[in-house]
Write a protein that binds this ligand. Structure first.
Ligand SMILES: Nc1ncnc2c1ncn2[C@@H]1O[C@H](COP(=O)(O)OP(=O)(O)O)[C@@H](O)[C@H]1O
Ligand SMILES: [Mg+2]
Length: 284
């Protein structure tokens, strides 16, 4: 069953009207102009972001002066025609690709100019990823996959992080699947494990590039539902690229890209409204 976007957004607001300050929020510098005002609680932002591939005749401007904010504990869907720059935007936001100009800020940290080492650390500690192809390690159990990034980072499992892990596992309905290997799980279950892996480290933001792209419609609904839950119940910030207008029913907001620019935005979107806007964009 698909939840009403309004009800879900309302629930998110009720749960997170006054989110407790995190260590990171407390560590922010009020003198830093890049640091958004505390009350805005931004998880990420792009400022004047452009990305040009190639040169001369073959030059492609994949992103053209994109500025966009992502508030904490909000679920955003990025939509737009194929080739409109969705993946490029997501990769630049996540520090997987470097923009030609402009700025990306994750929490209070500007990515531009970070050393490779710092960028790798930031991606590992503060960003979660959900990929279209799940990317689970086949020889590990679901639980081992979920905790792999923390284990690689050598993070100690204290009572607080164990409690968080437990709530992620329960919220995602994975408790009775923890000892299964990926091959013993359905596609939807595998993607739920991948979502749990992204959530386990309690990142500032989770990015997903078409996380339901390989799933049938029932499993897509499941995965979108748990991403919604992670925002509503756990206060996560989630940004996904998707082609699926139904995803809109789960998101708080849809941002539309066309030709490397943000051309439209919908709050409390519905699948019908999204289809309507998409039709207009395809005709441009
Ligand atoms: N590595 C690359 N080299 C050259 N052009 C690229 C590269 N990646 C993407 N592009 C081009 O940039 C534009 C935006 O691509 P992309 O961000 O993948 O769009 P979307 O995810 O919306 O389909 C497209 O025209 C694409 O062909
Ligand atoms: Mg893409």
């Amino acid at each position: 069953m698909k939840p009403s976007a309004t009800a879900a957004a309302g629930q998110a607001e009720a749960n997170h009207a006054d989110p407790p300050p995190t260590d990171r929020a407390q560590a922010t510098d009020p003198q830093n102009p890049l640091q958004p005002a505390q009350h805005r609680q931004l998880a990420a932002r792009a400022i004047g972001l452009s990305k040009v591939y190639g040169s001369g005749d073959t030059q492609v401007r994949a992103l053209d002066d994109v500025s966009v904010d992502f508030a904490r504990a909000e679920f955003t869907a990025i939509m737009g025609p194929s080739g409109s720059g969705k993946s490029t935007l997501m990769h630049c936001l996540a520090g997987l690709d470097v923009a030609s100009s402009g700025m990306v800020v994750i929490g209070a940290t500007e990515l531009t100019g970070l050393s490779d080492k710092k960028l790798t650390q930031l991606r590992r500690d503060r960003i979660g990823f959900v990929f279209q192809a799940f990317n689970l390690v086949p020889t590990l159990t679901a639980l081992e996959n979920i905790t792999l990034p923390m284990d690689i980072a050598g993070r100690k499992r204290d009572a607080d992080s164990q409690a968080w892990l437990d709530s992620v596992i329960d919220t995602l309905g994975l408790r009775d699947r923890l000892s299964h290997r990926p091959s013993e799980l359905s596609g939807g279950q595998q993607q739920r494990v991948a979502c749990a892996r992204a959530l386990a480290g309690r990142p500032d933001i989770i990015f997903g590039d078409e996380p339901t792209g390989n799933l049938d419609s029932r499993s897509s609904g499941e995965v979108l539902g748990i991403l919604r839950q992670s925002v509503s119940a756990l206060g996560q910030t989630v940004v996904i690229v998707t082609h699926d207008p139904r995803a809109a029913g789960y998101a708080d907001r849809v941002v539309f890209l066309a030709d490397g620019q943000i051309v439209d935005e919908l709050r409390e979107p519905t699948a019908d409204k999204v289809l309507d806007r998409m039709k207009n964009l395809e005709q441009v």
